[in-house]
Ligand binder design. Sequence first.
Ligand code: AMP
Length: 359
Amino acid sequence: MIDRDEILEVLSGYDTDDLSIATLGSHTALHILKGAKEEGFRAVAVCEEGRTTPYERLDVADEIIVVESFEDMVSDDVQERLRELNALVVPHGSFVAYVGLDRIENEFAVPILGNRFLLRWESERSKERELLERAGLKVPKVFDSPDDIDRPVMVKFPGARGGRGYFICSSPEEFEEKARKMIEAGHITEDDLETAHIEEYVVGTNFCVQYFRSLMEDTVEVLGMDRRYETNIDGLVRMPARDQLEAGLEPSYVISGNIPVVVRESLLVQLFEMGDRLVEASEEIHEPGFIGPFCLQTICTEDLEFYVFEISGRIDGGTNVMFLPYAYLKFGEVVTMGRRIAMELRVAVDRGEVDKLVT
Ligand code: AMP
C-alpha cells in the first residue's frame, strides 16, 4: 500500500510553480482539464488509443498521453512522464473502474488530488454502507435473502455491467420469476444471483447532489445537482402502460446521460447537513476525510426525506451537466466542478499547502 509519506516525498521533488492537473481521458475529464487551464495549470489527459477525439477537438488538453489500454496509466513510463510534468491526478469513476483499486493503492506513485484511501469506501457496497451509517444518513433497507422480501425492492448486481439486469419485484415468488427471465434473456447468470444486492425500492424523486469539501476554506459546499438519464428505463416509461405490458421488455438502468435539476429551496438545509455529516464520518475513517468533490445519490420521498442509495467519494459523473447553479450563486460566475478543483489547488499553491490536498 502506497502511504502518504511516499507521495509527499514525490511532491517534494515537484516544482509547484509549474504544476499539471492530469486525469484519465473519460468520465469527467473534459471539465477537469478545462478547469485546470482556466486556473493556469497545465492540463494533461491520459487517453486510450482511439478515444482522444473529444479532448483534441474541444481543445481542452495541453498534452495528451496516449496509452494502449487505460490500465497502462500505472505503467512505469506513464507514471514517470506524469511526475516529470509535476502532475497531480484527479481520480474519477473511470479511473477507479479501469485502473482498479489494487493498482491505485499499491502501484500508482503519483500524487492524487483527492483521498485515495477513501476510494475503496465508496466502491465496495459494505464499506459504503458503513460510511453512510456512521454519518447517520437514511439508507434504503437491505434484504439479506430473497425470502424476506415484503415490499417493492430493487435487485442490483455488482460489476462493470452498470445497471443491466437490475429488476424490481415485491415478493419472493416474483423475485424467482424475474430472476429466471433475466437469466433466460442472458442479462445475468445463475452465479450473479448469489451476489445480488436486494434493496428497498424508495419511491420518490432522484437528486444526485454534487458537493465540494474545501480544506482551504474549511467548508462543505453544495454546488449543483443532477438526475440520471438511464437506458432503457427512461424510454420504457414513455410507453403507455398498456403497451409496456404488451411489449414484455425487461428494464435496465444503464447510465447514458445526466439531466440538471434543482431542489426545492427549503430542502437545501437538509442537504447541507447531510454533506457535513458525511464529511465528518469520512474524517473518522481516513484523515483528512474527503478532499474536494463528492456526491450523494438520493431519492427524496413524499415526506421530503432523503434516502441515500449510493455515494461517490470523488468527482461524480453528474457534474458533467457543467453548470452548477449553487456554484454560480457562491462565486458569481460559471464554476464547473473541474474549475472548483483547480481553484482550490491555486489557493493551496499560493499558501504553500499543496501537501494538504494530495494522498
Ligand atoms: P445505481 O446503479 O445504484 O445507481 O441504480 C440505478 C438507478 O436506479 C438509480 O439512478 C436510481 O434511479 C434507481 N435506484 C437505485 N437504488 C434505488 C432505490 N433504493 N430506490 C429507488 N430507486 C433506486
